[in-house]
Write a protein that binds this ligand. Structure first.
Ligand code: SF4
Length: 174
């Protein structure tokens, strides 16, 4: 919520791109996308959906890919920034940014570094913001319109190590 509100306040006209092959299992992928659709409706913004839930890839197929990176999260950031920068370039956008920049739990500087590299590669601007100081404000905004708020980062590994694992698994049964 907060990044979009800030961009609108700055006079930007953002479209929203959903590309999250790292959200597992499918139930959670659907739930987060449904909630993003509510946000898009709330701000009357266009929502573009790309990609699918790649749980098997994360579990079994990513080893080769991972050799290129220092960590699974770096691979994950790069996959998403690569797609976003390429999409922005191919569809005539002036710039792209990412809601990942609001999270104090992510590797902020690494995300910005990767996004800048991909921006340069595809010839599109990366718009950097440090939104972390308004993370709580964003959470309150989400609560105000009744959004589901995630309890783990997204991939199956982050679910397995979450302190809320049992509670999350129960929520999949609803
Ligand atoms: S913990 Fe989060 S950033 Fe890291 S690989 Fe999993 S979904 Fe991606």
């Amino acid at each position: 919520m907060y990044p979009l509100a800030d961009l609108l306040e700055l006079g930007k006209s953002p479209d929203i791109l959903w590309f999250n092959p790292n959200i597992h299992p499918q139930f959670e992928w659907d739930r987060r996308l449904d909630n993003l659709a509510k946000v898009a409706d709330h701000y009357s913004l266009k929502l573009i959906r790309e990609g699918a839930c790649l749980e098997d890839y994360w579990k079994n197929g990513a080893d080769e890919y991972l050799k290129k990176y220092s960590s699974r999260c770096e691979m994950c950031y790069d996959m998403r920034m690569d797609m976003t920068a390429r999409f922005a370039s191919e569809h005539g956008y002036e710039a792209f940014t990412t809601t990942l920049l609001v999270s104090p739990y992510q590797q902020h500087d690494k995300i910005a570094q990767i996004a800048r590299q991909r921006a340069e590669q595809y010839g599109v601007a990366f718009e950097y913001h440090d939104w972390r100081g308004n993370f709580r404000k964003g959470q309150n905004m989400a609560r105000d319109i009744g959004l589901y708020r995630q309890k783990y980062c997204g991939c199956i590994f982050s679910l397995e190590t979450s302190e809320f694992r049992e509670k999350i698994l129960k929520s999949f049964e609803v």
